[in-house]
Write a protein that binds this ligand. Sequence first.
Ligand SMILES: [Zn+2]
Length: 81
Amino acid sequence: MFRCSEVAERASLLIDGELGPWQRFNMKLHLAMCRGCRAFIEQMRITRDLTRAAVASEDQHIGPEIEAALALRRARSIGKT
Ligand SMILES: [Zn+2]
């Protein structure tokens, strides 16, 4: 199983879906048991979503749809654990 530092190293790959099945499995296993890494990944995901949304909307403000989608995704991933 991965250590916390290994999870942190691969966090962006996990979010991008670029990990192989075995690494993915090990990440999930670690995340199932490690609250700290769960919080870390979640935080990274949110930051990423916000960055993407900001890029997508260019100069515009983030719309209510995007905010709602982010809130929903966040609630879902919390419920999953
Ligand atoms: Zn950990």
